[in-house]
Ligand binder design. Structure first.
Ligand SMILES: [Zn+2]
Length: 347
């Protein structure tokens, strides 16, 4: 019977104890890891839930009035919502901040951010009210004046926009481009003038200031091509490349085109008339060579760069949608497949 028991002095007993201990430790460690992993997953889920469900207005209010969150953190939170395009939440935060703020200068900054957000979200009238509210108390606030000017322009209230230029002038800010631009846009939008009168007025504006070549020649080439060709500022040809490229061929003035090397290359590339056999501009040169070989299938497409903020758009603009600069558009040509030709060849 005794032989069935191992004496505790027996070396085998020590080995059994050793392996038993290892087994117990491994078992505890396994259960601990399972427990921790469950706990971590629970914590992670509840953490993610905070982001999945946006806080309600009441939750935001409670959070911000509890002093658990500083003004700086609230601003960061608002900017995050702004960057994600959630203007509604961003506006809620600014409104709660305004309720809590007492210092007029702090209020002014928050009002400015609120006005900008309303503007970005497309609520022009609300944005206008906010900027007017700032200017009532702080009339010398150029950034609020500038936004007000753009809002009036977007609402086609050009007289009011021109009025805003006066206080900006008094602040010593150069508004020449804005003034001429507003004049030009109000001529184009006017119900008082006919097409020819508008064209003459725009041309006179261009000849006086040599600004807004893109805007003015875009109108002239569209409605009065003869006048456009006769008064074309050759120095601006490159800038209005897309307008010239898309000008109706039947109305093209070959005398003027032949007199200028850039125009000769451009219209040879377009295939209107082979006036040169090469060009230093890669895109033109390729198209000229294709035309000479009687090959089609390629054409130009255009991108539009803002020379101020360097943003690129697939459409042209007169006031940059991003930085609001005027007359900053730069036309860039790209060689592309001619879908019109390709489609025709399939028919
Ligand atoms: Zn820009």
């Amino acid at each position: 019977m005794n032989s069935l028991f191992i004496e505790f002095r027996d070396p085998l007993f020590g080995i059994i104890i050793f392996f038993s201990l290892i087994f117990v430790i491994a078992l505890i460690s396994y259960w601990w890891r399972r427990f921790k992993s469950k706990e971590d997953s629970h914590y992670l889920n509840s953490f993610l839930n905070v982001f999945n469900s946006m806080p309600t207005e009441q939750e935001l209010k409670t959070l911000m009035t509890s002093e658990a969150i500083s003004d700086k953190s609230a601003l960061i939170m608002a900017q995050t919502y702004h960057q994600n395009g959630d203007y509604e939440k961003c506006i809620e935060i600014y409104l709660i901040m305004l309720e809590m703020q007492k210092d007029p200068n702090e209020k002014k900054e928050t009002l400015y951010l609120l006005g900008k957000t309303y503007f970005k979200a497309g609520f022009l009238e609300r944005s206008q009210e906010i900027f007017l509210q700032i200017l009532k108390q702080f009339p010398r606030t150029p950034k609020a004046l500038r936004y007000l000017l753009i809002i009036y322009e977007k609402m086609h209230q050009f007289d009011k926009a021109l009025e805003v230029l006066e206080p900006l002038d008094e602040l010593g800010i150069d508004n020449k481009k804005d003034r001429i631009y507003l004049q030009a846009v109000s001529i184009i939008r006017s119900a008082q003038y006919g097409v020819d009168e508008k064209a003459q007025l725009l041309l006179a504006l261009y000849q006086e200031h040599h600004l807004l070549s893109y805007l003015i020649f875009e109108y002239l080439f569209r409605f009065t091509p003869d006048l456009a060709w006769k008064n074309l500022d050759l120095g601006e040809s490159e800038r209005i490349l897309d307008i010239l490229w898309n000008a109706r061929e039947a109305e093209a003035n070959l005398d003027i085109i032949s007199s200028n090397s850039y125009l000769r290359e451009l219209f040879s590339a377009k295939g209107t008339e082979l006036l040169t056999q090469e060009s230093s501009i890669f895109e033109f040169d390729v198209l000229i060579k294709l035309n000479m070989a009687d090959q089609s299938g390629a054409t130009l497409q255009f991108d539009y760069l803002c020379s101020e903020c360097k943003q690129i758009y697939p459409f042209s603009f007169h006031r940059c949608p991003n930085c609001h600069s005027i007359d900053s558009v730069v036309t860039e040509a790209l060689l592309t497949k001619d879908h019109f030709e390709a489609n025709n060849s399939l028919q």
